[in-house]
Design a protein around this ligand. Structure first.
Ligand code: NAP
Length: 410
């Protein structure tokens, strides 16, 4: 059986692994539009959470399996279509994630300085398609949303360069963030403190930062028995921190305003009053949706599916299947279910799979990167890391392709 998986993030790699467990003779090709694999792990997980990024070693083992081929730098839609893949392979699986930011749909959202977390996180993680957001003279940053992405964004803004040592945040972005005259970060949720989606470990970490004091000024917001409230209550009062991280609850964003760039964020409070916060930067961390792939379009942010099946021989896994929720390991459970469906429903029809894909890519002149090409990029990024970083990522495709050369790049 020949399977093509579109997307080499955790969902795609876990699926390849699960398929091979159930169908040991299967051949699995994993295609990614970037020359480098691991999607969300490389470009979504925060650069200072290297223990979470360590899952890439497990994913890399999947890609190095002798029956798995990596085709990096191949854009499904531009270089090859889903229909092409369905011709070449017995089944095609979309593991394309959810990369577009949800929008609030309120006035001022397009002002410079208002940015979705997907774009912001892609920027600080060195994604080659990201463009630098307006992060200048930031005294007051407003982070909207009460999920773990909001925590990541606040933490990266608040950490000192010393705290970011050992991460893979580039030294340019580290210096740029350190140069901001930051005084306050406001993390704003529309519901109560009991309703937050933060996990206790991530929330508690905000209480341990060198230069920032995490606090909930209105203690009445912390009454109740929800276990997460205990984490808020444990934040130590401090007077030595130049930056405050203030949590606000029950505040729904209604508008951003400013002259030429964002300056203020306006909210409707639970008691129907309105409140304004100074905002030189606003990062909206309110979830993501999937992008269309060829003629397949998402509905309500995901590809409509029945337990992972989109239609005959076309499947979907991960955030593209269920929406942007859960930890990385959740995609493994998801992959198990979809792999079982594939093992049960798909029959080998004798197509030539990777050979046909390779021929088409050569024909259209795509310089694709195989697993050994990725290994060479990986080694080069680690070699140029310097003392303060665990990796210095290439931030352009051209650099990546150059580093991949002579090791399988075609
Ligand atoms: P999330 O956990 O779903 O949180 C999204 C937040 O946005 C919620 O507080 C939600 O409020 C709010 N929101 C949505 N629409 C809004 C609107 N129109 N106005 C105001 N607020 C709005 O999503 P996430 O933070 O993007 O994280 C995605 C997934 O990745 C989660 O499963 C998360 O745990 C995971 N993740 C994990 C880690 C980690 O483990 N370290 C790090 C990052 C991300 P409501 O609750 O009111 O809808």
């Amino acid at each position: 059986m020949n399977i093509a998986i579109v997307g080499s993030g955790p969902a795609g790699c876990y699926l390849a692994d699960q398929v091979l467990r159930l169908v040991p003779e299967a051949k699995v090709d994993v295609v990614d539009r970037l020359p480098v694999p691991f999607g969300l792990v490389r470009y979504g997980v925060a650069p200072d959470h290297q223990s979470t990024k360590a899952v890439s070693r497990i994913l890399d083992r999947v890609l190095s399996h002798k029956q798995v081929n990596f085709f990096g730098n191949v854009d499904v839609g531009r270089d090859v279509t889903i229909d092409n893949l369905l011709d070449y392979y017995d089944a095609v699986v979309l593991a394309t994630g959810a990369s577009r930011d949800h929008r609030l749909g309120i006035p001022g959202e397009d002002l410079p300085g208002v940015i979705g977390s997907g774009e912001f996180v892609a920027w600080y993680n060195g994604h080659p398609d990201s463009s630098p957001p307006l992060v200048e003279n930031v005294r007051s940053a407003v982070v909207i949303g009460n999920g773990n992405v909001a925590i990541d964004v606040a933490r990266v803004l608040a950490k000192t360069p010393a705290e970011l040592a050992g991460s893979d945040l580039s030294s340019e972005i580290t210096q740029h963030l350190a140069a901001q005259p930051l005084e306050s970060i406001h993390i704003v949720g529309r519901r109560t403190g009991s309703d937050v989606k933060f996990t206790p470990h991530e929330l508690a970490e905000l209480g341990t930062l060198q230069r920032a004091r995490a606090q909930v000024l209105d203690k009445s917001q912390l009454s109740g028995g929800a276990p997460i409230l205990e984490t808020f209550r444990k934040f130590e009062p401090r007077t030595d921190a130049p930056v405050t991280i203030d949590f606000h609850f029950g505040m729904t964003p209604i508008a951003f305003s400013g002259t030429g760039r964002v300056e203020r964020a306006r909210f409707r409070c639970a008691d129907c009053t309105e409140r304004e916060l100074a905002a030189d930067l606003v990062v909206t961390c309110i979830g993501y949706e999937s992008l269309a792939c060829c003629n397949e379009s998402p509905t309500n942010g995901i590809f409509k599916n029945d337990d992972g099946k989109v239609r005959d021989r076309l499947f979907v896994v991960g955030w593209a299947k269920r929406g942007p929720s859960g930890v990385i390991a959740s995609s493994r459970n998801d992959a198990q279910v979809v792999a079982q469906k594939i093992a049960k429903e798909v029959t080998a029809k004798g197509g030539s799979g990777g050979e046909s894909l390779r021929n088409q890519l050569v024909q259209v002149g795509v310089r694709f990167v195989d697993h050994s090409g990725w290994k060479r990029i990986n080694a080069a990024e680690i070699a140029r890391a310097g003392e303060q970083r665990c990796r210095n990522k290439f931030t352009s495709r051209a650099q990546m392709l150059e580093a991949a050369q002579d090791s399988g790049a075609q």
